[in-house]
Design a protein around this ligand. Structure first.
Ligand code: ZN
Length: 383
């Protein structure tokens, strides 16, 4: 009955809008039934190791992510920290970048992609009014994230289908709409959702076929069923003052490298010595600008991880692939027979001088300059 009501409401809304857009109907999510929710495309929320594998046999996956614009200033950190670093299988490590449009240098986005890193979405506008994200419609979410996918594919000249995930600015979950946008846009996962309830033992990625009882410390939780949409939960860290954070750079951290390194290790141990759920280290590169100690400790932490032969630093996409097809460390080569795809960058970068309202934006990109500054509703910037 309720489902019919939703369908009816959506139909009326589409007719009232004057245009019939592509839309999916969404049913209210029910409690998860393990027998009807099986890998690789469905998983109930759980802190159990997928397929009951032995904790000593599985790899510890580590997810390094960065939010906001990629530019020449923060690119130098990625270059220094990542480009010569390898996993135990000899492949380069992978990080994930949730990119917002303004001030992004798209030639650098291509270079990250060419090195096998993951490019993901963090909206076009990155609107700072958090109520904007609460109130934004489904079409608004699709314009923000689908539009940005179009924009990145064009101006960084990378395949649109390689872009599969999103993070809502300020982790401001709106309930259902951002997740519905993932489904409608054919994306695969969200990584905007913090959890303290499932900090210890930590939570594995899961799908939204069924109702999630994950806590929602910021914003509202989804309540509709979204088959095949994955959540890469942002398991909280505990800062030096005992308070928790989803983005590590919003935690209280020591201002000297040795103590900061210890804080990183102690948060890592909560995963590594329990169920080995993927360990997320989520920051903005601006944290490195804030205090050089932060970058020092970060590199030392990666050095430490490099001494552990069951630790793999991978993109969020690969982390979810592992949960879908869980394998032992020894059998990882069956899951990933080859290293992440890499290539020589092809971008012939040009700087376009464009107007955003009264202001000028210099957009470095790999295609022809757009007519106008790309923005919501006009991601290709066509006049
Ligand atoms: Zn952001």
């Amino acid at each position: 009955m309720f489902g019919q009501f939703i369908i009816f409401t959506i139909l009326i809304a589409a007719v009232c809008a004057g245009t019939v857009r592509n839309f999916t109907t969404f049913e209210t999510a029910q409690a998860c039934k393990a027998e009807s929710c099986v890998l690789p495309n469905c998983r109930c929320l759980s802190t159990e190791i997928p397929n009951g594998l032995d904790v000593n046999s599985i790899p510890q996956l580590v997810l390094l992510t960065f939010d906001d614009a990629v530019n020449t200033v923060n690119f130098k950190y990625y270059e220094e920290a990542f480009f010569n670093r390898k996993n135990p299988d000899g492949c380069s490590i992978g990080a994930t970048y949730y990119i917002s449009h303004e001030y992004t240098d798209y030639s650098k986005v291509q270079e990250l992609h060419a090195r096998g890193h993951e490019i993901a979405l963090h909206s076009i506008s990155h609107e700072t009014m958090t109520t904007y994200w609460d109130d934004l419609s489904l079409d608004g979410y699709k314009d923000e994230f689908g539009g940005e996918r179009t924009l990145i594919a064009k101006f960084a000249d990378i395949p649109e289908e390689d872009i599969k995930g999103l993070r809502v600015p300020f982790l401001q979950l709106p309930g259902d709409t951002s997740f519905q946008a993932i489904k409608d846009l054919g994306l695969k996962y969200d990584s905007s959702w913090p959890t303290l309830r499932y900090q210890d033992p930590p939570l594995f990625p899961y799908t939204l076929d069924y109702l999630s009882n994950q806590d929602c410390p910021v914003g509202k939780c989804p309540t509709v069923s979204l088959p095949g949409v994955w959540v890469q939960p942002m398991v909280d860290w505990t800062g030096s003052d005992g308070n928790v954070c989803a983005m590590v750079d919003s935690c209280a951290t020591p201002d000297n490298a040795p103590e900061l390194l210890e804080l990183m290790k102690s948060n890592f141990q909560r995963h590594y010595t329990s169920n080995k759920a993927p360990f997320g280290f989520y920051i903005h590169a601006a944290w490195f600008d804030k205090n050089p100690v932060n970058f020092e400790a970060y590199k030392q932490f990666l050095d430490y991880l490099g001494t552990l032969n069951d630790v793999y630093i991978v993109t969020v996409q690969r982390g979810i692939e592992w949960v879908q097809n869980p394998t032992t460390t020894k059998d990882l080569k069956n899951l990933w027979p080859s290293c992440p795809n890499t290539y020589e960058p092809t971008c012939e970068a040009t700087v376009c001088t464009l107007n955003k309202g009264e202001e000028v934006r210099y957009m470095t990109q790999c295609s022809d300059c757009p007519d106008v500054y790309p923005w919501l509703g006009n991601p290709l910037g066509i006049l």
